[in-house]
Write a protein that binds this ligand. Structure first.
Ligand code: PHE
Length: 346
């Protein structure tokens, strides 16, 4: 019986090596280990064997069973891998060949609307003398919270729930305000910069919320900076983006890293105007901002008695949605080229 187990195994191995589909593999497996499989039959008969035989055949048949299972698992894994490699080879795009993307019908040579608006805004700020800074997506608590005047027990941390790494020290940044901290540390006042990029929040998604979205941070630090400077730069930005003078208003808004803090609204044409209602009666919340809190300046190595400044955080996805009338933020991350292709004209 031990010999027949060996030969079943050898035969199984040999047959398995010739198979090319998952279905064939599973079929072969059931010939050995299914209800009426060769190994199953041997296991069923063990009870009729002598004690000596049981001692040998029992463990051996279990070992063969285990080996067959491993072989089957590996084979299926290899077949999957082959299928993926074949697919990849078929869809290969030679990125070193500049026109290979343009040639493909489905791929679009146009930029994603968030990328274009980001570049457009970067250019506007560059023209006003701002630098463009970058920062890492993976941050530590200091840059994301503490340096921004959000200590560990502060309720503002709940508003920005995020994804933590296993060490519980690192996280995916919840806002680009981290770039304020990095910028302050790397520069000597006076300075002004913007910092665009992806940010992450552990949120339930809906038409206006995504787990990953884009912000563009701005900061200006110098002597005697006032809210008027902030309004001036914001109005100039909006005029460039919307190609006309925009009416704005400031409302008080709370963010621990600015004092005073504001929500900047723009006057906006309501999409669904009721009869008799003014078309221009809507205010749209667009941009949180404020004067940099002295604690934040200190954390960035700047003396708050000598310098002050403003900061703002522009939501790029929101801006794209307002500009192009997009009703659901999830389109922006859908990866659907039909969505992207609509922006070829812009
Ligand atoms: N970081 C804030 C947020 O993501 C926005 C903000 C930036 C507010 C700068 C004020 C100043 O909610």
């Amino acid at each position: 019986m031990a010999d027949s187990l060996d030969s079943i195994f050898i035969e199984f191995k040999q047959k398995l090596s010739t198979l090319t589909t998952q279905a064939e593999v599973l079929n072969l497996k059931s010939q050995a280990m299914g209800k009426k499989g060769t190994i199953t039959e041997i296991l069923k008969n063990i009870k009729n064997l002598s004690i000596e035989e049981k001692k040998i055949i029992g463990p051996k048949s279990n070992a063969v069973k285990k080996d067959i299972e491993t072989l089957v698992q590996n084979k299926i894994f290899d077949l999957d891998k082959d299928a993926i490699n074949k697919k990849l080879a078929e869809n290969k795009i030679d990125i070193s060949l500049r026109n290979s993307l343009l040639k493909s019908k489905e791929t679009s040579p146009c930029l994603h609307p968030v990328t274009s608006i980001q570049r457009e805004i970067e250019d506007i700020f560059l023209s006003m003398g701002f630098d463009v800074l970058d920062g890492p997506h993976i941050e530590d608590e200091f840059h994301n919270f503490e340096a921004l005047n959000i200590p560990e027990d502060h309720p503002a941390r709940d508003m920005q729930d995020t994804f933590w790494f296993k060490d519980l020290k690192h996280l995916l940044r919840t806002h680009t305000s981290t770039i304020q901290v990095r910028g302050m540390k790397s520069k000597k006042p006076p300075f002004k910069f913007v910092g665009p990029g992806k940010v992450f929040r552990s949120e339930r998604t809906d038409t206006t919320h995504e787990m990953c979205f884009h912000q563009l941070e701005g900061m200006m630090v110098g002597k005697n900076i006032t809210v008027s400077h902030l309004i001036y730069f914001m109005k100039t930005l909006l005029k460039e983006i919307f190609k006309k003078e925009m009416e704005v208003r400031l409302r008080p808004g709370f963010f621990p890293f600015v004092e005073p803090g504001f929500e900047l609204d723009i006057r906006w044409k309501k999409p669904n105007v009721k009869k008799g209602e003014s078309k221009h009666s809507g205010w749209l919340e667009l941009l949180p901002c404020g004067m940099v809190h002295p604690h934040v300046l200190k954390a960035g190595g700047i003396d708050p008695n000598e310098y002050n400044g403003f900061a703002f955080g522009l939501g790029l996805d929101r801006l794209v949605m307002v500009k192009y009338g997009i009703e659901d933020i999830r389109h922006l991350h859908s990866g659907d080229l039909r969505f992207n292709n609509q922006f070829k004209e812009y």
